[in-house]
Design a protein around this ligand. Structure first.
Ligand code: GLN
Length: 485
């Protein structure tokens, strides 16, 4: 087995025992990257050289260290909407094409303290708006299992890189599904933590009441290890929760006997590929055989989640993106008549079509006269969704659903039909609306294309997610499979 085939846990164990050096690990992943990256294009900024230099410094440090931090010498890729001091953070937008943040996001500070090595910034849908990474202003990232297909989005670069095995783990962000949906398409594990669990400080805001940063990894245990590092209260983020952070790895390996698993009937109805339905129900049956109890539940308002989301998220986006005005930072149009013309040309030239569409929808929904009919109504729907989830969790410990209605689609297949694109998040957005945590885990393949199953838990109960997801993962060996280069 080569080093790049190992999980983050296996790699950090080898480093702790001083059996391999960080530079050997980084070199192995660079070799894999050279094979795969030209085909998938997961990186906006490839920092391999810097990573190797850093790894060599860490080789020296390692020999002197007594206590080894949890991610010491581990290469990790970062979605390009997470601020990295001194490293371009573009959000895959022309608007921020040359923007270099003067500060680190809180998650980056935490990763640095834990000893990680950044390998690059990954491609994404512009400002995290999209489900295929086709909305990047730079280029389209491909799915490592079939390069004619999308990797999903908006964290498509982060998922594709882990799926291809060019890096053992990455960070993404999830506003309506952008960690879980690409994780499902690329055959890896994606976690959307509870809203408030992970600091958003330094994450370029899309829809602030929904955005969360989370890990994309090969295994469930690796996800728990990363969540341990990036979680916790942060005074720099006013929505960060004052909650104690348990050791999530303690949830790994626990039994699931008696665990109540809810199957929400609305998530198994029309629009779902029948083969995916069978596979996900098969996951439920496997867990039942292991002692879990299956319970049928109903979340009737969840079917309005997409509609409500596409009012709330664009409304928040239209407000958040007002800061890109050509004055404070980022792109400014070259020629203009006066200040207003400068604003207009800058925003016209700097933003892509999907971002403009969201700004227009959001501005419309928030304007006086429409606010009550759209924004307020959508907020009421959101409250109902939240209440239905909480009611379901009075009966069950965890919910089990498909992550996506279908496998990865062909590049170009949905790019001219925004509604079809929006529907690819049908099983993920209600989770963000309800603020709860969810994880997508590989559960098999259809014609060599990965399929994901989603587990959803109550607020701040990521531990139950890790317990059940790990238990399921170890019943099969999907996590050991890599695409052929
Ligand atoms: N695909 C959804 C959207 O376009 C979700 C994106 C996300 O989670 N960042 O808004």
């Amino acid at each position: 087995m080569e080093l790049w085939q190992k999980s983050l846990k296996e790699l950090s164990d080898l480093i702790s025992k001083k059996e391999v050096k960080p530079s050997e690990i980084v070199e192995s992943f660079i070799k894999r990257k050279e094979e795969f990256e030209p085909k998938i294009q997961s990186y906006v900024s490839d920092l391999s050289e810097k990573a190797l230099e850093e790894a060599k410094q860490k080789d020296e440090e390692l020999s002197k260290l007594e206590e080894i931090p949890p991610l010491f010498g581990i290469p990790i890729a970062i979605k390009d909407n997470i601020s990295t001091k001194g490293i371009k953070t573009t959000c895959s937008s022309k608007m921020l094409e040359n923007y270099i943040p003067p500060f680190d996001a809180t998650v980056i500070e935490k990763l640095k303290d834990a000893g990680y090595i950044i390998t690059g910034k990954t491609n994404m849908d512009e400002f995290a708006m999209g489900s295929s990474t086709e909305n990047s202003a730079f280029f389209v990232t491909k799915n490592p299992w079939d390069v004619e297909r999308v990797p999903g989005g908006s964290s498509g670069g982060s998922a594709s890189a882990v799926g291809a095995g060019i890096v053992p783990a990455s960070l993404g962000s999830d506003t309506g599904g952008s960690i879980r949906q690409p994780a499902a398409f690329c055959g890896v594990v994606g976690l959307k933590p509870t809203y408030g669990r992970v600091s958003r400080y330094g994450l370029v805001a899309f829809a602030s009441s929904l955005d969360q940063i989370g890990p994309i990894t090969r295994t469930v245990e690796d996800s728990a290890i990363l969540l341990n590092v990036i979680s916790g209260y942060d005074p720099k983020d006013s929505t960060s929760a004052r909650k104690e952070v348990p050791d999530f790895t303690k949830a790994i390996g626990k039994d699931i006997k008696g665990l109540k698993i809810g199957l929400p009937e609305e998530f198994f109805s029309e629009g779902l590929n029948p083969q995916i339905k069978d596979m996900v129900l098969n996951v439920a049956q496997q867990l039942e055989k292991e002692g879990a109890k299956l319970v049928s539940v109903s979340l009737p308002t969840a079917k309005y989640a997409i509609e409500a989301y596409y009012i709330i998220a664009p409304s928040e986006a239209s407000s958040n993106l007002a800061r890109f005005d050509g004055v404070r930072y980022g792109y400014r149009a070259k020629e203009y008549k006066d200040l207003e013309d400068m604003y207009m040309k800058t925003r016209d030239e700097g933003f892509g079509a999907e971002v403009k569409r969201r700004i227009m929808i959001g501005t419309y929904a928030l304007s006086s006269g429409y606010y009550d009919a759209y924004y307020l109504k959508a907020q009421k729907v959101r409250t109902l969704i939240y209440q239905e989830f909480m009611k379901a969790f009075e009966e069950v410990d965890v919910l089990l659903t498909p992550t996506t209605p279908d496998v990865a689609f062909k590049i170009g297949e949905k790019s001219n039909d925004p509604i079809q694109m929006y529907l690819s998040d049908i099983f993920t957005v209600s989770v963000n609306m309800a603020t709860v945590p969810a994880i997508s885990v590989p559960c098999g393949f259809i014609n060599n294309l990965p399929v994901g199953v989603q587990f959803i838990a109550k607020p701040f109960d990521e531990e139950t997610l890790f317990t059940v997801a790990y238990y399921y993962e170890r019943l099969n060996d999907f996590y050991r499979k890599f695409p052929n280069s």
